[in-house]
Design a protein around this ligand. Structure first.
Ligand SMILES: *Cc1c(COP(=O)(O)O)cnc(C)c1O
Ligand SMILES: [Zn+2]
Length: 445
């Protein structure tokens, strides 16, 4: 049984413009001719044969389903992800279909017409990585079913990729191996792959060091590489763009702000908007702002130099540990997207990211430090006039704050290094005595 009408197909193509093509069943991560990254290329002419109104109707009707895979934010749009994948090989945990949470107070304080958080961390493993990993692990399940000899799937990670990989592999019954930089991921992130039964290798290096090792080991073994150079993940992550437009009645916002580390997610966002433009579901391009931690800002530096080059750096330790990356693998694809979407890059200090996260939390969300980077960049871009007053802005929230409880606790205790906690809300220490309690609440009336 096919996931969709026959005729919709996707394949690998070189993203650098040479004519290399490969089947999605092939184990290939880079173009063998030019070393460029691959992209999954859809038969857009076939997709265009379906009118935009019909795509919207189809997506919306599946969106209402409580059953998987239709109710998945990714597989409810499966013709645009991996169209020829048989339904029985889909590995879904119910990713996507997440809230678009308004922040009306912050919007009015900043003078914006609207500010919404696309809560991508309200997800099975607590981060947007689920949106991409469901496609990758489904593809591996399909490859194994077709007899491709893959023993396991492996990734290097700043935490969230390994959690997602481990959960989807556990669901599919496929062994997972994760390479983590010792002491550089949160305890919550470390325990997720452990709980899901992955083989966890804790290495005395940083993310970039783990990345070099996993690439070397997957080059000559039956291990499949799940890192973000693997373009299958982009096919799921691009649905963040599609879903947020759907949330807004297919009217894109003026700006989307997204935190960037390896830059796969920013690239995916642009790819989602481009497909909607090609198929006529939207007619206008939003602008894109990528936000980086000041301590891991190779894209910011490149942006300031007109994107002429990328100078890889040793990323310094930042609270935004998921974007502590000095040599982003998707640099070239992200620059192409930023140019196509009249994009900008802004950065945030430790204090700025922490306070911006806390400010948003006061409106009922629970943001991770990476989302804090995006919110701080938004504040700065509005102050600079780059994002005009009256704009409608969506900020992509990339993980659930519960994965970063040390960050939250430290912030409200006022113990984070290099952070002045402007919104600290520590508990009131009291004797268990009615007068003391009344006194402590007297200002509430
Ligand atoms: C992976 C990750 C990012 C960065 O995404 P890239 O695709 O590497 O740019 C941001 N935030 C969180 C929470 C992440 O897990
Ligand atoms: Zn090529």
């Amino acid at each position: 049984m096919s996931a969709s009408e026959p005729g919709f197909r996707a394949e690998y193509a070189c993203s650098e413009g040479c004519d290399f093509r490969a089947s999605l069943l092939d184990v290939v991560y880079r173009c063998p001719r030019c070393e460029g990254l691959l992209e999954v290329r859809h038969d857009v002419a076939a997709l265009r044969a379906v009118p935009a109104a019909e795509w919207k109707r189809r997506f919306e009707s599946r969106f209402g389903s409580a059953r998987l895979p239709d109710g998945s934010g990714v597989w409810g749009k499966r013709e645009w992800a991996y169209p020829q994948l048989p339904v029985e090989d889909i590995v879904s945990l119910g990713e996507g279909r997440v809230p678009l949470k308004p922040l009306p107070r912050m919007a009015s304080e900043l003078g914006l017409a609207a500010l919404d958080l696309k809560e991508c961390g309200v997800s099975p493993t607590g981060s947007f990585k689920d949106w991409g990993m469901t496609v990758l692990v489904s593809a591996v399940k399909h490859m194994r079913a077709q007899g491709v000899p893959l023993r396991a799937v492996a990734c290097a990670s700043t935490g969230d990729t390994s959690a997602a990989l481990s959960a989807y592999c556990a669901a599919a019954g496929i062994p997972a191996v994760v390479f983590l930089p010792r002491d550089k991921v949160s305890l919550a992130q470390l325990v997720q792959p452990i709980a899901n039964g992955a083989r966890v290798l804790s290495l005395d290096t940083d993310f970039d060091g783990c990345m070099r090792l996993v690439q070397a080991v997957t080059a000559d073994t039956g291990l499949y590489l799940a890192n973000s150079m693997n373009s299958l993940r982009i096919e799921g992550q691009k649905m963040v763009a599609v879903e947020l437009c759907q949330d807004l009645g297919w009217e894109p916002p003026d700006w989307v702000v997204i935190p960037g580390g390896n830059l796969g997610n920013a690239s995916a966002l642009g790819k989602g908007f481009e497909l909607m433009l090609e198929l006529g579901l939207i007619t206008r391009r939003p602008r894109i702002a990528v936000a980086q931690a000041e301590r891991a800002n190779p894209l910011t530096q490149s942006f300031r130099g007109g994107f002429k080059e990328l100078v890889p750096m040793q990323a310094r330790s930042t609270l935004a540990s998921a974007i502590q990356i000095g040599n982003p693998v998707s640099f070239r694809r992200a620059v192409r997207i930023l140019k196509a979407f009249d994009g900008v890059v802004e950065e945030a200090t430790e204090s700025e990211l922490s306070n911006a996260a806390a400010r948003a939390d006061k409106e009922g969300t629970f943001t991770c430090p990476q989302t804090g980077v995006a919110l701080a960049a938004l504040e700065k871009l509005v102050a600079q006039g780059v994002i005009a007053k009256g704009s409608r802005v969506v900020v992509v929230s990339t993980a659930h704050g519960l994965k970063f409880s040390d960050f939250k606790v430290g912030y409200h205790r006022g113990t984070l290094a290099d952070v002045t906690s402007r919104y600290a809300n520590p508990p009131v220490q009291l004797p268990a005595n009615l007068d003391a309690v009344r006194e402590a609440l007297s200002d509430l009336g």
